[in-house]
Design a protein around this ligand. Structure first.
Ligand code: NAD
Length: 318
């Protein structure tokens, strides 16, 4: 059977498929030629990331297609319901990048409490001439151990963040609309593990108690954090959003940073992505990354392997 990995696949994932007897093609076929290519090459499984669109047109034109696989979480680029109605398997890899996103949260958090985002901007410009002044202005950092992390949305990524936070010695509180209690298991390198039992707390309580708040909810109709919510947060608290642009009201966030209500904020996702607002980009108390939460070598490997295993499980004929 032929598998087309139109947006690429890791060599590990490709190898797993080939060892199971699949022919893997890794050419990138342009969107307008995709349907023809799938028919001519008798492609059974089409693997994509976010670039390739698999709409009704492709599904209708390719009755031989048996599986559509999305490397990653969101499936906005696939007509999922329609494909399933037609008997086509649709799979994704929702858990593959949770640890990568969680570590990025901590990169921002550990950097933020020591002003690294600001120091990294100013050291190249002023480090040679004003070293002592910079040393003084960034001397008031704080530690993470013993602080309270509020996690909004306690799914795969929220729990992965909690594992790191608990390991660092932080107190973790969470709010989730569907998950009243959760067991969080922290596995250590030597095979030992420690389990924590956590319970959701009311949203308002989380806003009031947390030293840092991190968001891990899916797309929402309106921002989860706006001016009203920021007002309820501790003075000097920090906010991290690696979930989706629009979950945080960016205007309210910039106002809160300018007013000194929040000490810093970190964004990996932006309301007007891929053109973030200039007020966000230029705000010195903002730690920024260009939507790279899932982008680690390990996550890509897991994505490739999970997709390959999915294809084998669903299509391999015994
Ligand atoms: P998940 O489905 O496992 O967990 C989401 C949780 O949020 C669920 O438990 C749900 O009950 C809860 N929830 C939904 N609405 C809520 C609300 N209003 N208040 C409180 N809780 C709410 O999802 P996940 O895999 O943990 O992903 C979380 C987010 O991370 C998604 O938005 C996803 O798009 C994003 N993400 C970002 C990157 C990146 O590169 N930055 C990578 C992967 C995922």
């Amino acid at each position: 059977m032929v598998v087309l990995a139109n947006d690429g696949i890791t060599s590990g994932g490709q190898q797993t498929l080939e060892q199971a007897g699949f022919e893997v093609q890794t050419v990138h076929v342009a969107q307008e030629q995709l349907a023809n290519y799938l028919i001519e090459n008798k492609v059974s499984a089409l693997l994509v990331r976010s670039a390739t669109q698999v709409g009704r047109d492709i599904i209708d034109a390719c009755p031989e297609l048996k599986l559509i696989g999305r490397g990653g979480v969101g499936m906005d680029n696939i007509a999922v319901t329609y494909a399933r109605e037609k008997g086509i398997h649709v799979i994704n890899t929702p858990a593959a990048s949770s640890d990568s996103v969680a570590e990025l949260v901590f990169a921002h958090l550990a950097g933020g409490v020591r002003y690294l985002h600001e120091a990294n901007r100013l050291m190249p410009l002023e480090g040679e001439v004003h070293f002592k002044a910079l040393k003084k202005s960034f001397a008031g950092g704080t530690e993470l151990r013993g602080k309270t992390l509020g996690v909004i949305g306690f799914g795969r990524i929220g729990k992965a963040v909690a594992r790191i936070a608990l390991g660092v010695g932080m107190n973790v509180i969470y709010n989730d609309v569907t998950s009243p209690s959760e067991q969080v298991e922290i596995p250590f390198y030597d095979g030992r593990s420690v389990r924590f039992d956590l319970e959701t707390i009311p949203f308002e309580d989380l806003l009031e108690q947390a030293d840092f708040i991190t968001l891990h909810v899916p797309a929402q109709k309106k921002p989860v954090i706006g001016a009203e919510e920021i007002e309820k947060m501790k003075k000097g608290a920090a906010l991290i959003n690696t979930s989706r642009g629009g979950i945080v009201d960016e205007v309210a966030l910039v106002d809160a940073l300018e007013a000194g209500k929040l000490s810093f904020a970190a964004l990996d996702v932006f309301t007007s992505e891929p053109k973030p607002e200039i007020q966000i980009l230029m705000q010195p108390k903002m730690s920024l990354s260009p939507h790279i939460g899932a982008s680690t070598a390990e996550a890509q490997e897991r994505i490739g392997e999970e997709l390959a295993q999915g294809v084998i499980r669903l299509l391999q004929t015994k």
